[in-house]
Ligand binder design. Structure first.
Ligand code: ADP
Ligand code: CIR
Length: 349
């Protein structure tokens, strides 16, 4: 495996590379960090491997473990401030709003534009590192602890856990095509050790009607997901908040005072929340100002099979881009305002 100096030489030599890693990992910073180790044994090489091997990365750096956010703060803080557009690494205490009196409803009562709505958060066990420092036994242990907590969920969150190792390729493909399940096809995550020991320790939990799901040991230790057909963001958000509260009674998650919840990728820190719609915008998406409208409302547009995929038939995944420096309630309402504007533009053009 390439060591830190080799990786750093790769990124320094990369032409036409616009990642936040390249921008913020100066020679001086690299020299200061190259011999440090986190309490989980993580190194700067573990953090930058993916970004150095994939110069077309947008971010290019992952945290080897929760402690990396302290030990490698010199470079990670700079990336975090740049990505989340904040002047100081700071994050408010969690605030999900008053879920019984939400000012969030159906974003598309006509049912013509929004195909489905999904809100997810990432959570990390505070006693385990992230993929580059995990061993097979850690993955198995984490899966056990996570599944035990998931099995205690009740009401509409009650469901079953399906380990990937027991799943037929046909079922796996169907769940993936239907947007419920992850796979091992992200080359950025792969280069960051995200698929080591695959499929050991990985699996999916879902409720009977698949409106609440949890990914175990995909990019993050846990991804809690609420989703349903149509545009009722209020129902989706409320279900997710209930799941988060129930899981927090069972497990201790990694958090840092000025950063909120800690995740493998610095782009997910803070609220870790991504609220998205799959929305039909054939007209707006062809307009030259589509990107600038998304930027203006702090939205991100993705293809319909997830990050780094393409749109199919004018359907886009539109979500909040910022997750840090604002509360959960602010993140979801930022997305709501932006999607309302996207719908206004699409229907008036
Ligand atoms: P995340 O980082 O939130 O996990 P990805 O971009 O990797 O997101 O997408 C994960 C999966 O979730 C993909 O299958 C994607 O199609 C699906 N997905 C995302 N948003 C929605 C949505 N609003 N409706 C249905 N599926 C969605
Ligand atoms: C990259 O740097 O492009 C990949 N490591 C993925 C980053 C994920 N998040 C993002 O852009 N929001």
């Amino acid at each position: 495996m390439a060591d830190g100096d080799e990786l750093f030489a790769l990124i320094q030599g990369a032409k036409d590379c616009h990642s936040l890693l390249k921008k913020h990992l100066t020679k001086e910073r690299y020299e200061k960090l190259k011999n440090l180790k986190t309490k989980f044994g993580g190194t700067i090489a573990d953090c930058i491997r993916s970004g150095c091997k994939n110069p077309d990365s947008g971010v290019g750096i992952y945290a080897s473990d929760p402690d990396a956010y302290t030990v490698f703060a010199e470079v990670l803080d700079a990336v975090i401030m740049d990505y989340h557009k904040i002047d100081k690494v700071t994050h408010p205490v969690p605030d999900f709003g008053d879920v019984n009196n939400l000012n969030i409803g159906d974003l598309d009562p006509s049912g013509n534009l929004i195909v489905s709505t999904r809100v997810r958060v990432g959570r990390s066990h505070d006693s385990f590192g992230f993929p580059p420092v995990l061993k097979k036994e850690d993955r198995v242990k984490m899966e056990q602890v996570s599944v035990e907590a998931l099995k205690s969920l009740d009401g509409e969150l009650a469901g079953s856990y399906y380990p990937l190792s027991n799943m037929t390729p046909e079922v796996q493909k169907q769940l993936t095509d239907d947007h419920f399940l992850f796979n091992d096809s992200d080359r950025f995550l792969k280069a960051a050790s995200g698929y080591d020991d695959w499929p050991t320790g990985r699996g999916i939990y879902f409720s009977a009607n698949k409106t609440f799901l949890c990914w175990v040991n995909e990019e993050d230790h846990l991804r809690l997901i609420s989703m349903q057909k149509g545009g009722n963001l209020g129902e989706v958000y409320k279900r997710l908040v209930n799941a988060i509260h129930q899981m927090e009674k069972k497990l201790k998650f990694a958090k840092k005072d000025n950063m909120g919840y800690l995740t493998f990728c610095p782009s997910n820190l803070g609220t870790t929340m991504r609220a998205s719609v799959h929305i039909k915008i054939p007209k707006l998406s062809q307009r030259a100002d589509f990107k600038s409208i998304c930027d203006k409302y702090n939205l991100q547009a993705r293809g319909i099979h997830g990050e780094h995929t393409e749109s199919v038939g004018g359907v886009y995944d539109i979500s909040n881009k910022r997750r840090m420096g604002l509360t959960e309630y602010e993140a979801v309402t930022e997305m709501m305002r932006g999607v309302n504007e996207i719908i206004r533009e699409e229907t008036s053009s």
